[in-house]
Design a protein around this ligand. Sequence first.
Ligand SMILES: C[S@@+](CC[C@H](N)C(=O)[O-])C[C@H]1O[C@@H](n2cnc3c(N)ncnc32)[C@H](O)[C@@H]1O
Length: 183
Amino acid sequence: MSKQKNDRALRFYNEVLGLDRLHYGMWESGDELTFAKLREAQIRYEEFLVNHIPHGVKRVLDVGCGTGMLVKKLLDNGYNVEGLSPDINQKRNFAENINAPFHHLGFEEFTASERYDCLIMSESAQYINMEKLFQNARQALKQDGYLMICDYFVFKNATGEKSAKAAMCSKLFTACLRSITSA
Ligand SMILES: C[S@@+](CC[C@H](N)C(=O)[O-])C[C@H]1O[C@@H](n2cnc3c(N)ncnc32)[C@H](O)[C@@H]1O
């Protein structure tokens, strides 16, 4: 039995603040810190992701798909795409608004019945157990498939030291290299 989640913070952003995307977006320097600019930054980020999907990719799994807006955009761009999230609110939202298959569980518990060309983790890798992330990515991807991880890592402004998340970033890249070199 997989672990369901009920992430109230993400639900608050979506249902109370009215944000239809659950990531921080890609800001331009000098942007005012407003909701309007946040929405622009979110769309800019989503376009950046779609434009960086490698050529030849057809079958995509959006791991930690949130509200499903990226899934929707990928469908519009002709990809064969599915969403995955352990969250009960996101499951309901996806069923109501997105016309694509949805897997309701954490990626750690996921077994692909058919392999993907590309897995996208947009601000979701930080939620997934790191060892399991790479093990499961390998079983879910076709030979020469792609794992796209896009996340944010904060550096301490005053000291320039890595914060806990930024330290995790180094760990992630090390794990990634280890995974690739042992393939
Ligand atoms: C910050 S939101 C990002 C949502 C979306 N990818 C986006 O860019 O708007 C994190 C997402 O990861 C999901 N998540 C949390 N734990 C997870 C897990 N163990 N496996 C897969 N996804 C998970 C959350 O439910 C949510 O959909």
